[in-house]
Design a protein. Structure first.
Length: 416
């Protein structure tokens, strides 16, 4: 229906069973929509560019919007339509832009802690327990209920991603290098991997400033981690066995097993009772780097050492107090080394000691590589042979016998 719209007339219009419209006779296209519930709204109807299907646009509700405001708004919409502009489309675009802006503001408030937590949760099912634990340690004092000292990544936990500029990251690295350069280098590798993952993840894409982790000055500030060059000499073995006899029996056993088998500390310390076959005398070790399993001989002295241990939990070198369930080699060990005139060798030096000591027995290099878990290379062996366990046992036993003989330990009861 058509009528001369006035405020008084609008107020008197009553709802009907169905929605209906009243079009103003003075301002073409302006109308009022009355719903069955009694609500009233101003509308404008017109064609974009004067052609096509009519567009019906809601201007506002009465009485929140007055008649005069509706006329002014209708005039504005009329001009837009005449110019070929669809106001409803413009409104939708603006709403989308507003939502995008709001999302962007939320994203900009994300911290590195938010990112690192998401990164860990996304990948933890794929990582080994050791690698996952490395990330939890780097996040300290976060992601734990214990009051640990802050690690390098923990120190930037609450920094927003937008603040992680190359200058900031370089400053962070250099400050940490003053007291723990090696730890910082390890944390930076995790930081770099996490930031690289973020660039391929929609939630974090383009939030971290460009060249944050791959600029020349950032990478130059990270201290290079060099391989440990120290190892036990054969003339030091007797003193070394005396030293490990002065620490806890489980630590002593773990260090001896590292030396006798050339394994990485993490591989040996996480050894479980189910990984040892006392009937067929084998040990299954999960490679820390590639997560593949290798089976090596359980040599007589290693077997005797392990069998003497108490079964505290699932781990061979179990601990009742540590959250991880297995022991760690304490500082007392390295203090005793120095006090007894031996080089200050970390547990990982046992791996290199195994290799250097094996050369006194003229063991084929491929045998040593297979026991230690080194992947074959074209340099070491042109044609790699996966040697049977009995062949490994023969040579591995000779290495153990040599080490024990130089340490002054009688092995007659072990090797007939």
């Amino acid at each position: 229906m058509e009528a001369k719209l006035t405020t008084a007339k609008i107020e008197k219009l009553e709802p009907q069973d169905k929605q209906y419209f009243v079009w103003d006779v003075r301002f073409t296209g302006l109308g009022l929509r009355i719903s069955p519930g009694g609500s009233k709204a101003f509308i404008y109807q017109g064609r974009v560019g004067g052609t096509g299907t009519p567009k019906r646009i809601t201007l506002g509700k009465f009485p929140v919007m007055s008649l005069q405001d509706a006329i002014d708004k209708a005039s504005e919409v009329s001009k837009q339509l005449a110019s070929g502009i669809d106001p409803s489309r413009t409104k939708a675009d603006n709403l989308a832009k507003n939502k995008a802006f709001a999302r962007d503001q939320v994203r900009k408030q994300l911290t590195f802690g938010d990112l690192f937590t998401h990164y860990i949760n996304t990948h933890k099912s794929e990582w080994s327990k050791t690698y996952l634990n490395d990330h939890y340690q780097a996040a300290r004092p976060y992601l734990t209920d214990k009051p640990y000292m802050a690690q390098p990544i923990g120190n930037i936990w609450e920094v927003s991603l937008a603040e992680l500029t190359p200058d900031f990251v370089e400053s962070w690295i250099r400050k940490e290098n003053e007291t723990r350069a090696t730890t910082m280098a390890k944390n930076f590798r995790m930081f770099k991997a996490c930031a690289n993952w973020a660039e391929d993840t929609d939630k974090y894409a383009e939030l971290i400033p460009n060249k944050t982790y791959n600029s020349r000055k950032v990478n130059k500030s990270v201290q290079s981690v060099r391989a440990h060059k120290g190892s036990l000499q054969k003339q030091q073995l007797e003193t070394w066995f005396s030293v490990v006899g002065q620490i806890g029996s489980v630590q002593r056993a773990a260090l001896i097993c590292m030396l006798m088998n050339g394994s990485r500390p993490g591989e040996m310390l996480q050894l479980k009772w189910t990984d040892i076959d006392f009937e067929w005398n084998t040990i299954k070790i999960v490679d820390k780097v590639d997560q593949w399993e290798r089976v090596i001989p359980l040599t007589p002295y290693t077997k005797q050492t392990i069998q003497a241990l108490p079964r505290i939990n699932d781990f061979v070198f179990g601990s009742k107090v540590r959250q991880e369930g297995y022991i760690e080699v304490t500082k007392k060990y390295r203090t005793l080394l120095v006090e007894n005139g031996l080089p200050n060798l970390p547990p990982k030096a046992m791996r290199k000691s195994f290799r250097t000591l094996s050369e006194w027995v003229d063991v084929p290099r491929g045998i040593v590589n297979q026991v230690m878990g080194h992947r074959p290379s074209a340099i070491d062996e042109k044609h790699y042979v996966d040697r049977p366990i009995d062949l490994l046992r023969m040579w591995h036993g000779r290495i153990e016998q040599f080490i024990l003989k130089e340490a002054g330990i009688n092995t007659d009861h072990l090797y007939d």
